[in-house]
Design a protein around this ligand. Sequence first.
Ligand SMILES: C[S@@+](CC[C@H](N)C(=O)[O-])C[C@H]1O[C@@H](n2cnc3c(N)ncnc32)[C@H](O)[C@@H]1O
Length: 242
Amino acid sequence: MPGESIQAYDLPSRVASYDADMDLMHPNRRKMAEMIENVLTVSGRPPRLAIDIGTGTGFLVDRLLLAFPDLSIIAIDGAEQMVDLARTRLGPLARRVDFRVGDFRDLKTLCANDGSADAVVSAYALHHLSSGEKLQVLRIAHGLLKPGGWFLNGDLTLAEDDELEAVTQHLRVRGIIQRADGRDPRFTDESATRQFLDDLERNEHDQPVRPAEDLRILEKAGFSHVTTFWRETRESVFGGRR
Ligand SMILES: C[S@@+](CC[C@H](N)C(=O)[O-])C[C@H]1O[C@@H](n2cnc3c(N)ncnc32)[C@H](O)[C@@H]1O
C-alpha cells in the first residue's frame, strides 16, 4: 500500500541514512538528475515553475534550482521528515520551494490553485504506485503542464523479461557489494545484500514495471514525444511532452 510506504519513509533512522544509502544503491542518481536538467535546458525557455513529485530529501530540486535561477518548484512528498531534510539541504534555496506534504496520488488537490507548470519532474518515487495509480497521477500531471511542457521521470524499471531481470538483479547486487567495499555490514556478500534488498522493497512496496509499460502509461496519459532519454540496467530517465 502506498499509504504504508509513506510511513516507512517517516522512520527517522531511514531519513538520516537516506543520502548515503542512495549513493550506494543508486550510483546513477547524479547522472539521472543531470539528464533531467539537460533536457529542460535544451528545450526552449528556462523553466520558471516546476512540480517535483516525491521530493524526498530534495536532491533533484537542489540541482534544478541551481541550474535555473528563475525557477520556483512545488515540491510534494508524503513524509514530513523527508521534507525537513530537504529544507536543510537546500538552505537559502528553499525560499524558492513551496513544499506540500501529502499523498501524491492526490496531485489534483495538492496543486488545485496553481498556474500551469513548465515541467513536472520526479525521481525514484513513482515506482511506489501501481500502474493504474501511476496513470491517474500522470493524467493529472499532463493537465498541470503548459503546452510543450515536459514530464520527466528518473525511476526504476524491471528488465524486459524474467531472464534479463535475473541478470539485472545479479548486476545490481554485485555493484552494491563492490561500492560498499567491505565497509557496510549489510552488503558483505551476495546473500546478505539480496536479503536486505528484498526486505527494503517489501517494506517500501516497490512496484516497478517493464520499460515498455512505463512508456505506454505516459502515452495513455496523453503525452506525446514519449521516449527514454537514458537507461542503465534498472535505472532510466524517460518522459513525454504535453
Ligand atoms: C525513494 S524516495 C525518492 C526521493 C527523491 N526524489 C530522490 O530522488 O532522492 C521516494 C519518496 O517518495 C515519497 N512517497 C512514496 N509514496 C508516496 C505517496 N503516495 N505520496 C507522497 N509521497 C510518497 C516518499 O516519502 C519518499 O520521500
